[in-house]
Each structure stands twice: as structure tokens, then as C-alpha cells.
Design a protein around this ligand. Structure first.
Ligand code: SF4
Length: 533
């Protein structure tokens, strides 16, 4: 009798008892969508990686399966670095496991699955980088590659042992998409060994080993798997939807973004989230023109809206359509921000930090000192040449900003002020140095978003400054790239990487300065500026 966990669905008998063969499952594995015999899924490899991508974006999984791979962007330096760091971490962890490795060429799943089953049949204690493969009747193949298979007591078709799957992740937390991947391994593994594993495992960098509750996660994974198969059965690619938090690192970004721009897709409008878009679509509001002409009252009752959101969305569409800035919710003669909220001083500081979150390191405090009386602008790059310099540059930063005790310190988003507070605590800086300093900080992102609606796709520093005509000297530079440059400087000692970081950081400070000057102008009452129609 094969074992099955009492909390997991019974697993159907599989055909093909030869341990070195692909497992062919003749019945529906579990409630998956019915797949026509002549479906386009014959010969498709549905891997754990594809399922992982599907969780983040259906369209991405579709493009990876049916798209023209030539249209993918080359991986950015940052993405390549993330992959390298992750692979290095996996190698280090697996090296300590003294595991057997099946021999197969990369992506030769059939060979990998056969070699893995030979090791499972021998009952070796641990198998690293194995391949688990199940072929459904209609030709769809489920492929899972757990980083590790761990032998445990139990009953499987191989003997009185079962295997449990484990993944090694660089992440700090047991994110749900990591757990879903482990559940998928467990699911395919159950078909291969004819028994459910009791538990799946995540080996996390900081938190150590985390037990994945398969009874809870497998049903959730099945929903996602069903959804993924359903999506793959559709002949049409899923609609594009640009969401920067998930698209920025995707290699299909240029392809999708080009399409979204061509369509003037509403996902390019700040505030249009995937869930709000569903409701807008249901009302037939899928173009800038229709949204700009909508009555906010018509939208306020929709889930996730309310009147302030509805009003802002409509105005955002108007700003975008007519390419002008709208003063948000102000009377024509009303000053948007007080002098205290947006001060102008004889000396002003513009501040931007560069950090390497993985190392918890602040490696650059960039400060642009603008002397409006003396008409000078001086950039101070306070750079840590190595990790051990962090405290030194922190002290240099304090010296610099306290040389101008009355100067407001302009920055963009809360990160700078949060970091100053954190460094103050970490290095035991007296509170009388930190508290009055923090009082001088002015977050221009908060000020801009409070009073203005701009024709931009996002209220990040770059889109706003670019709309104002500011250009970065390195057009591709960004925070992620800066992290890569710093890692390359550490690895090679090549000064050009540092120069690129300083150029980028100085431009960020100057962009902040440009936004501040524009905002002062915009906030003047009686100015002849575009307002609501
Ligand atoms: S760019 Fe965005 S929408 Fe396009 S495939 Fe990638 S994640 Fe999906």
C-alpha cells in the first residue's frame, strides 16, 4: 500500500513502474481543467519556473511559452547579479549537504528525470538538482526541479522510504510564491514516488529552514496550476498591464511597454491598479478620453475607489490627455504650500543616498549645496570606498550638514530621513544632532503628490524630472544599476564604476533641485497655470 497524507488528496496510481522511465499518469492527476486531446499543450513543459512566473504575471508565462524569445531584453546587470548571487548561495548550501547529483545536460528534462529516478530507487540520502517529470495523457508535461530531495522513513513505490522536496532561497522570508513552488515539487514528486511527502522545505538565508505546510499550500498551488493551464489553452496572449513593481525587472518589459504606449493603455496611468482596472473595464472606461470625461461620482462606489481616488483618477487622465499639471483641489488664489512646508533659503541642500540593501550598507551620501546668494552649486559625494568606511562617511555627512545649520535639506521620498535616523541610532550619534537635523528635511515627493497632478506615468523622481526637461547624463542609470556598479568596483577596483555612481547620484540631486524650483513656481497663487477645465 502506498502512503498518502491524511490531509492531502489521494494520488492516482501511475503507470510505468520502471524507475528509470518518465512517469505517465493516465487519470486526471487532481481536478485540473479538462484539456482537449488536440490542444496546443502537447509537448509543452510546464516547469516550476513557469508556474512561479505565472503567479507574478500571466502574460509573462504566456510569452515565455509561445512568444518570440528574440523580443526579450537582455538581462540587466542588476538581474544578472541577482541570479549570480542566488546561484552562489544555492551552491554553498548544497555543498554542505553531501548530496548525489544526477548527470544530465542543462534542460534535458527526460534524461534528468531518468537519472533522478535511478538515484531515488537506490535510496540515496540526498539528491541535489534532480528532475521530477510527469506526463499527462494529453501531452502536457509537468516538470519540477527541487534544489534538494531529502530521504525520510515511509513507504513509496521505491521501498520503505519517501523523499521530501526542499528549495534553497536567497530571500529572507518564506514568501508565498516560494511556498507554492515547493508545493508544486511535492505534487509532481507524489506522482513519481507514489506517495505524498509529509512536508516540504525552504532553506532561507537568514531564517534557516522553514517547513512548508503542504496540506494548506497544495490546494492553493492547484488553483494556480489550473489557472496557468487554462491560460496556456487560450490562443490569445493576456492583455498587457504595466505594473512597475513587477515589470521593472522583467525581460519582456520593452516589448510590453511598447505595446502599452501604442495602446495608450490605462495601466500607464498612476493609480490604475489591476483591481481598479477590472472595474473601469466593466464600465467601458478603457481609454484616457473616456476616463478623463467620466464623472467621479460614477466611480466613487466601486470597490477600492471612494471619492478622493475617483476624483484623482479622472484628473490624472485629464492631466495626461492634455499634458499639463493640475493643482489638486485648490482654489485659483490659494497658495498650495506654506513657506514652512516649502522653504526657500539662501543656502539649500539637496540630498540623495545610495545603498546596497543586501549588505545593509550606505555607500554614498550625495549632497548638492546650492548657495542662492553666492550663486554657487557645489556637489559633495561622501563615498565609502569599502564597507568599513560607512561610519567615516556618516560622520563626514554630519559635519557637512551642520556647517549650514539653517539650510533646509530637500530629498525625494522618505528613505533619506529614515536612513539618517537609523544611522544615528546605529552609530550612537547624540539625539541633539539628529532631531534638529530631521526637522530640516523636506520630502519633495510628499509635497508634489499632495498638491499637483502631473502628466507622468509614475511619481518617481525620474519621470517627474524628465517631464520638466531634466536629463540624466547616463540615461540608463538607476538605483539598481548603481548597486551593480558598486559591487563591480569592489570586485575590480576599477575607478570608472565609482565615477559612474557619482555622476548618477549628482544628477539625482540636481533633478531634486529642478523639481523644487518648479514646485515653488507652481505653488504661487495668481499664476497663469493650467487648472481644471
Ligand atoms: S513586462 Fe510586465 S506585463 Fe509584460 S510580461 Fe513582464 S511582468 Fe508581464
Amino acid at each position: 500500500m502506498l502512503s498518502a497524507s491524511p490531509h492531502l488528496p489521494n494520488f492516482p496510481e501511475a503507470e510505468g513502474q520502471n524507475p528509470a522511465s518518465t512517469v505517465l499518469v493516465s487519470k486526471a492527476l487532481l481536478p485540473l481543467p479538462s484539456i482537449p486531446a488536440q490542444s496546443n499543450l502537447d509537448g509543452i513543459w510546464l516547469t516550476d519556473d513557469l508556474l512561479f512566473q505565472h503567479q507574478r504575471c500571466q502574460r509573462r508565462a504566456f510569452l515565455e511559452t509561445y512568444g518570440d524569445l528574440e523580443q526579450r531584453d537582455p538581462p540587466s546587470d542588476y538581474l544578472a547579479k541577482l541570479k549570480q548571487d542566488s546561484q552562489a548561495h544555492q551552491r554553498n548550501v548544497l555543498a554542505e549537504q553531501f548530496a548525489h547529483r544526477p548527470q544530465y545536460a542543462r534542460r534535458d528534462w527526460l534524461r534528468g528525470a531518468a537519472e533522478t529516478q535511478i538515484l531515488m530507487a537506490r535510496g540515496v540520502d540526498r539528491i541535489a538538482e534532480g528532475v521530477l517529470l510527469v506526463e499527462l495523457e494529453n501531452g502536457l508535461r509537468l516538470v519540477s526541479c527541487p534544489n534538494l530531495l531529502i530521504k525520510q522513513p515511509g513507504q513509496s513505490r521505491f521501498g520503505d522510504w519517501v523523499y521530501e522536496p526542499a528549495d534553497v532561497r536567497l530571500g529572507k522570508r518564506p514568501k508565498m510564491d516560494y511556498q507554492i513552488a515547493v508545493a508544486f515539487h511535492a505534487y509532481v514528486l507524489a506522482a513519481v514516488q507514489g506517495a505524498w511527502a509529509e512536508t516540504g522545505w525552504l532553506m532561507l538565508r537568514q531564517r534557516g529552514t522553514y517547513a512548508v505546510n503542504l496540506s494548506e499550500t497544495v490546494p492553493r498551488m492547484q488553483e494556480i496550476l489550473r489557472d496557468c493551464i487554462q491560460m496556456l489553452l487560450q490562443p490569445e496572449e493576456p492583455e498587457v498591464f504595466i505594473a512597475h513593481n513587477r515589470c521593472d525587472l522583467c525581460q519582456w518589459f520593452s516589448h510590453c511597454y511598447g505595446l502599452a504606449q501604442q495602446q495608450r493603455h490605462l495601466s500607464l496611468l498612476p493609480g490604475v491598479t489591476p483591481s481598479r482596472y477590472v472595474h473601469l473595464k466593466a464600465l467601458g472606461l478603457t481609454t484616457l478620453e473616456s476616463l478623463a470625461a467620466a464623472n467621479p461620482k460614477q466611480l466613487e462606489c466601486l470597490p477600492g475607489f471612494g471619492l478622493p481616488v475617483a476624483r484623482r483618477l479622472v484628473r490624472q487622465a485629464q492631466a495626461m490627455l492634455h499634458n499639463y499639471a493640475i493643482a489638486d483641489g485648490l482654489e485659483p488664489d490659494q497658495a498650495a504650500l506654506s513657506e514652512q512646508e516649502l522653504p526657500t533659503a539662501s543656502v539649500e541642500l539637496y540630498f540623495d543616498i545610495e545603498a546596497a540593501p543586501e549588505q545593509n550598507l550606505i555607500y554614498l551620501h550625495g549632497v548638492l549645496v546650492v548657495d542662492r546668494i553666492g550663486e554657487t552649486e557645489t556637489f559633495h559625494p561622501l563615498l565609502a570606498h569599502s564597507e568599513s568606511d560607512e561610519q567615516l562617511v556618516w560622520e563626514q555627512f554630519l559635519d557637512l550638514v551642520w556647517r549650514y545649520p539653517d539650510a533646509p535639506i530637500f530629498h525625494f521620498c522618505p528613505y533619506e530621513v529614515q536612513t539618517v535616523k537609523r544611522l544615528g541610532e546605529y552609530y550612537g550619534t547624540p539625539s541633539e544632532w539628529i532631531e534638529p537635523l530631521v526637522e530640516r528635511f523636506v520630502d519633495l515627493h510628499e509635497r508634489v503628490t499632495r498638491v499637483a497632478i502631473l502628466p507622468v506615468e509614475s511619481y518617481a523622481l525620474k519621470p517627474i524630472a524628465r517631464w520638466l526637461g531634466f536629463n540624466w547624463r547616463d540615461s540608463d542609470a538607476n538605483g539598481a544599476q548603481s548597486i551593480c556598479w558598486y559591487a563591480q568596483w569592489m570586485a575590480t577596483g576599477d575607478r570608472r564604476y565609482l565615477d559612474a555612481i557619482l555622476r548618477y547620484n549628482e544628477d539625482d540631486c540636481r533633478a531634486t533641485y529642478r523639481i523644487k524650483d518648479w514646485l515653488v513656481e507652481f505653488c504661487q497663487p495668481h499664476r497663469n497655470k493650467p487648472r481644471l477645465p
